[in-house]
Design a protein around this ligand. Structure first.
Ligand SMILES: [Zn+2]
Length: 107
C-alpha cells in the first residue's frame, strides 16, 4: 500500500557527498539515490511554493547543480529539515514528500 509506505518514516536517510545524492531507504525495500538538486528543488516552503496557488516558484534551473545537503535535522516524528549549502533551510520534507522524491528518483 503506497499510502501506508508514505506515512512511515524512512529506514535511513544518508548523505553521499561523493555521489551528490541523498540515499533514502524504505521498509518495503525501495532504495533511492535522489540527486541533491532534485531534492532541493522539491522544497515546499513558502519561498519555493506559492501558498495560495500552490504554484512552484523555483525550477531546476534556479538550483546550483553542486548544491549539497550540509545537515539533516529531525522535525518531530514526521519530517526532516535540510540545511543546504546555498543557505536555504526553511523547507520541511515530510515522509510522504520524501517518498515521492524517492519514487521520482527511480524513473
Ligand atoms: Zn524552500
Amino acid at each position: 500500500m503506497t499510502d501506508d509506505a508514505a506515512a512511515t518514516p524512512p529506514l535511513s536517510i544518508r548523505r553521499d557527498h561523493a555521489a551528490g545524492v541523498l540515499r533514502i531507504a524504505w521498509h518495503d525495500g525501495l532504495e533511492a539515490a535522489a540527486k541533491y538538486p532534485q531534492v532541493r528543488v522539491a522544497c515546499s516552503c513558502a519561498r519555493c511554493v506559492d501558498e495560495v496557488t500552490g504554484k512552484r516558484l523555483i525550477d531546476i534551473t534556479d538550483i546550483d547543480p553542486l548544491v549539497i545537503a550540509e545537515e539533516l535535522q529531525a522535525v518531530g516524528a514526521y519530517a526532516i529539515r535540510i540545511q543546504w549549502s546555498d543557505g536555504h533551510n526553511t523547507g520541511l520534507y515530510t515522509w510522504p514528500q520524501l517518498r515521492a522524491i524517492s519514487e521520482a528518483a527511480l524513473e
